[in-house]
Design a binder for this molecule. Structure first.
Ligand SMILES: [Zn+2]
Length: 118
């Protein structure tokens, strides 16, 4: 068990924020995203800085070298997140949508007398 950097309350190791006072326990969280294999190489590193000034730092990496970087304030980072969620349907959602489409087609065929009954 460790203690909060702000209020000294006990915290589980995996907590990024203190549940008692809300203080960030880690300075930043980093995630790496691979570039599209058929279009590009390299990748995108996203660092979320959790302490002031809070921001999202994104950098494009190729051959283990950062080629460009930009920082977004939390509002713009949130807007980027909403944009990505809106335009990038999850694969499992696509599978469900296709399954529903096939089921609806089969039901239409059964109801019209063209398909086999289940
Ligand atoms: Zn705390």
């Amino acid at each position: 068990m460790r203690r909060c950097v702000q209020c000294s309350s006990e915290l589980a190791e995996e907590f990024r924020f203190c549940p008692h006072c809300g203080a960030a326990q880690r300075r930043k969280v980093v995630e790496y995203f691979r570039g599209h294999a058929e279009i590009d190489d390299g990748g995108l590193r996203v660092s979320a800085y959790l302490t002031s000034p809070r921001h999202l730092r994104m950098s494009i990496w190729r051959d283990e070298r950062a080629e460009a970087a930009i920082s977004l304030d939390p509002d713009e980072a949130h807007r980027l997140g909403r944009f990505l969620l809106a335009i990038t349907p999850r694969r499992d959602a696509l599978r469900v949508r296709e399954s529903v489409r096939r089921s609806a087609q089969a039901l239409r065929e059964v109801l019209s007398g063209r398909g086999r009954a289940m």
